[in-house]
Write a new protein. Structure first.
Length: 94
């Protein structure tokens, strides 16, 4: 059981890092630091967008408009930490 919980923890951590990388890359594209005409950059952006967009869009539906500030990745990261801690608490992993 500990190995399954460890795998669950690793998947959550990898997904959180993908969310962080996606946010940083979107800022770099918005400020024209990265060129999306580069095929490698485009592939990374497309992959991170396809992985993170569905849950972020669900969260964005319920958030009020804050202008150009998007806090949905922060809310998703906090939610993932909460779910991870809840599962660990339920199975007594700590």
């Amino acid at each position: 059981m500990k190995s399954l919980l460890s795998l669950f923890n690793d998947i959550i951590n990898i997904y959180i890092w993908i969310l962080i990388i996606n946010a940083i890359l979107s800022w770099l594209v918005a400020f024209n630091v990265l060129n999306v005409q580069n095929r490698f950059i485009y592939t990374i952006l497309e992959f991170s967008y396809r992985i993170t967009a569905p849950p972020l869009n669900i969260i964005r539906r319920y958030l009020p408009n804050f202008g150009s500030i998007d806090i949905s990745p922060v809310i998703l990261i906090l939610g993932l930490y909460f779910i991870r801690n809840l599962v660990f608490e339920f199975f007594g992993y700590f």
